[in-house]
Design a protein around this ligand. Structure first.
Ligand code: SF4
Length: 385
């Protein structure tokens, strides 16, 4: 698993046709703001072009980038190509919802150089899709995938969600089997949570940020307990690896090494990236910054010629070390023993975690086992000062 030295470019398209009740990502349904947003985005790209002259990945995420029409998407990509250089073999991904896919839109994607699709499928079960408030049906997804293949796309990622209230392991296996019948090059399998996405503002209670979270808080529905979630995770990993998929990150699987998402890999390997658009995050030279989560404020900041940065932070060397561990333990490449040995007691901790079955050592690398991946976020705590 390698990652070129180029940074990656992420563009957050903060518009959706409607809000899904579980979603905590920043997006709005006021699509009349799209033109103003695109104009502001062009200004933002101009502000950063000297700092980030070239990329080898572009990820158009959101929100719902696929809802942009041909003129809007064409203008967006033209603006990015005007300000930045993309390496010839760049991975160019667009997130798309199945109900946006048409033969015409796929031709547009191809004409714009998009070579990877990340399809927000979530489930192949109609009742689950209704629960999730998705606008598409399983039948629409199947039709969309047929169109995608017919249009010649050979790098298709499918996003799925497990751990829904009342969902059985058998129902989840059925969804996985249906997904595999389309032979996707990539699968992302996320656990439904009520705290996914952005960090809540200090005055907000995280559990109440989404309609789904409020339903859980009112006791109308309950999510599976930790042990059941663990079963879902282990089943997913065993099911997909038994069918040849590479489990290269906690929630991500590639049909072959070649289909590992180059862009997302940059986040886990601390490779620099630039995020444009409201709420987008960036990272370079140990500094991290993120944009305002408001289309209106984003646009007004840029029309005044000012970068729409909400906050920035520079990590201390110890924070960098812990972040390297936290991100590394999420991936199948793990972390280096050298990083672990930067602090006294590292070897003893590796031994303890190995005895507990949570990590394994392979040469100079320490990797989380499957049981370790279940608690990947907590593993670095053992190595803290
Ligand atoms: S899940 Fe996707 S489509 Fe639904 S509101 Fe969130 S960003 Fe929009």
């Amino acid at each position: 698993m390698s990652c070129a030295n180029y940074p990656g470019l992420y563009v957050h398209i903060p518009f959706c046709r409607s809000k899904c009740p579980y979603c905590d990502f920043y997006s709005v349904t006021a699509t009349d703001q799209i033109e103003a947003f695109l104009s502001a985005l062009d200004t933002e790209a101009r502000l950063y072009r000297d700092q980030f002259p070239a990329f080898d990945s572009l990820f158009l995420g959101g929100g719902t980038p696929s809802l942009l029409d041909a003129g809007q998407l064409g203008a967006l990509v033209a603006s990015l190509r005007r300000h930045f250089v993309f390496a010839p073999d760049s991975e160019i991904t667009i997130e798309a919802n199945p109900d946006d896919i048409t033969a015409e839109k796929l031709r547009l994607f191809r004409d714009l150089g998009i070579n990877r699709l990340s399809l927000g499928v979530q489930s192949f079960d109609e009742a689950e899709l209704r629960f999730l408030g998705r606008r598409h049906t399983a039948r629409q997804t199947a039709a969309a995938i047929d169109l995608i293949r017919a249009a010649g796309f050979t790098n298709l990622g499918i996003d799925l969600m497990y751990g829904l209230p009342g969902q059985t392991l058998d129902a989840w296996v059925k969804t996985l089997e249906t997904a595999l019948s389309c032979a996707p090059e990539h699968l992302s399998c996320y656990q439904l949570t009520i705290m996914a996405g952005e960090t809540p503002a200090p005055h907000e209670t995280p559990a109440l940020r989404t309609p789904l979270a409020r339903r859980v808080a009112r006791g109308e529905i309950s999510l599976p307990d930790e042990e059941t979630q663990r079963e879902f995770f282990l089943l997913t990993a065993n099911f997909l690896t038994a069918r040849g998929y590479l489990h290269y990150e906690v929630a991500n699987f590639a049909r072959e090494e070649h289909y590992v998402c180059r862009h997302n890999l940059k986040y886990w390997t601390r490779t620099p990236y630039l995020g444009l658009g409201p709420a987008a995050h960036s990272f370079k030279a140990g500094r991290r910054w993120w944009n305002i989560s408001s289309v209106a404020q984003y646009c007004s900041s840029l029309s005044a010629g000012k970068a729409p940065v909400a906050e920035a932070e520079s990590l201390t060397p110890e924070q960098v070390r812990l972040e390297t561990l936290a991100l590394g333990f999420r991936t199948h490449e793990g972390v280096s023993l050298a990083t672990i040995r930067e602090r006294p007691g590292g070897d003893a901790m590796v031994e303890a975690l190995t005895r507990a079955g949570l990590v394994r050592v392979d040469g100079e690398r320490v990797m989380a086992t499957l049981d370790g991946l279940v608690v990947a976020d907590r593993l670095p705590l053992g190595f803290a000062d």
